[in-house]
Design a protein around this ligand. Structure first.
Ligand code: GLA
Length: 343
């Protein structure tokens, strides 16, 4: 049994992976066994697709038509295509991991270089989305089944202050989804993705500032709940958010699941397992009673050694289903068990 086989009747099971594992045969076997979806942990983000050297060498040539490079994503896409694995495209528009020079007049990399005007930035936005979407569609048809079109754009009081907001203006989210809709083939779902969506204010802000206007134009197909949890996050609030987004005419995907846990003791890993089990019971219940059309669950990392959390939390974290050697932990069996209960 494996995650993808067990969950095949319900939704895709995926993991975010770093590029270096694509050279390791045993890890690739692990991925094809356990998952039917992958996300590039970093390599599909704008900082890795934008060709800094080309754009900066010929800013007049690329002013409205930025030069991109697909070198880093090729190995992921080739691997996914060869093994019948889907890819979540992550992410087209984000305030983070997008270089400042992309927003400046003449792609100038000076710290205080003035920003390009709205017209130029709208052209760059459209061209960027078009090139990424069309290139991946042409070279690897049908492999990307969902795009995180915009990532993490809201705060409590409205849109987050960002270079996108400053250079394009309040409508940058709408514009990004319009361009994405224009270029993606039907069947590829467009997602808005965000963190802490289990917080009451966050789910309401996401609806008010993002989903409502997008739904009015039929531009969004799914809500991505990142789901970086801790051992304390309220699973009741989590379930409320899941059902809240599920009540909208949208798919829901869990896009970046992990549960921070700094204690590797047996009893703590047992508690982690029970928490994962409870979470998957909630997901399966919502799927089965049709209160949320969950179409995928992606873990943010393959094994504990690879998790971003140890650096982010500044303490060693043991948040995933597999240990550093990709051996299944108690949490792995607990997630399989949650699906057994449904059979
Ligand atoms: C956010 C992003 C991810 C990743 C994580 C932390 O959730 O969406 O791409 O960067 O932060 O690693």
């Amino acid at each position: 049994m494996s995650l993808r086989k067990k969950y095949q009747p319900y939704f895709k099971m995926g993991a975010a992976i770093p590029g270096r594992v694509l050279k390791e045969e045993s890890v690739l076997r692990h991925i094809t066994e356990e998952y039917d979806s992958i996300t590039c942990e970093n390599d599909m983000k704008p900082e890795n697709l934008l060709d800094a050297a080309a754009n900066q060498a010929q800013p007049e040539k690329y002013d409205r038509n930025p030069a991109l490079t697909f070198e880093k994503v090729e190995p992921y896409m080739d691997f996914a295509a060869a093994n019948g694995i889907g890819v979540r495209g992550h992410t087209l528009v984000w305030h983070n991991q997008t270089p400042r020079w992309f927003f400046t007049k003449d792609y100038c990399a000076d710290e205080d270089a003035p920003l390009a005007d709205r017209k130029t930035m709208l052209a760059r936005l459209e061209s960027y989305i078009r090139t990424v979407v069309e290139t991946t569609q042409e070279r690897w048809p049908g492999v990307i089944y969902a795009w995180d079109v915009v990532n993490e754009a809201v705060l409590e009081e409205g849109l987050r202050e960002s270079l996108w907001l400053r250079s394009v203006g309040e409508d940058f989210v709408l514009q990004a989804f319009r361009f994405a809709r224009k270029y993606v083939k039907p069947g590829t779902a467009l997602f808005y993705n965000d963190y802490d969506t289990f917080l009451p204010w966050k789910r309401e802000a996401v609806y008010e500032y993002i989903l409502k206007p997008l739904l009015a134009e039929g531009l969004v197909d799914g809500m991505g709940m990142q789901t970086h949890l801790t051992m304390e996050t309220s699973l009741e609030e989590y379930e409320t958010s899941l059902r809240y987004f599920g009540a909208l005419p949208l798919q829901v995907q869990i896009t970046e699941l992990d549960i921070h846990n700094p204690d590797a003791s047996d009893s703590s890993m047992e508690r982690l397992a029970r928490r994962y089990q409870k979470l998957f019971e909630i997901l399966l219940q919502a799927k089965n009673d049709r209160t949320a059309n969950i179409t995928g669950v992606t873990f943010w990392g393959l094994g504990d050694d690879m998790s971003w959390l140890s650096a982010f939390r500044k303490e060693r974290s043991y948040p995933l289903l597999f240990d550093g050697k990709l051996r299944p932990k108690k949490a792995y069996y607990a997630v399989l068990e949650a699906a057994d209960e449904k059979e």
